[in-house]
Design a protein. Structure first.
Length: 73
């Protein structure tokens, strides 16, 4: 499953693509997920969405109060 705008390489079949994945630091992602779980248990919604965007930069919330996070780079 690919996100819109994700880079791909074609294959012999026009509907099958191979993702060009970005390198992932497993330790960094693990720390971010642990932090996300901790913040989520405290129900700090803005911080939860911000952490999700750190883990998955292409994530865009459909909730307008979090749009401010979409413009941060």
């Amino acid at each position: 499953l690919l996100a819109d705008g994700e880079k791909t390489r074609p294959t012999y079949h026009e509907k099958i693509m191979i993702a060009k994945t970005r390198k992932i630091d497993v330790e960094d992602i693990s720390e971010k997920i642990a932090n996300l779980c901790m913040v989520n248990s405290k129900v700090q919604n803005l911080e939860v969405v911000s952490l999700i965007k750190q883990i998955l930069p292409e994530y865009i919330s459909n909730n307008s109060k979090f749009e401010v996070l979409d413009s941060k780079k």
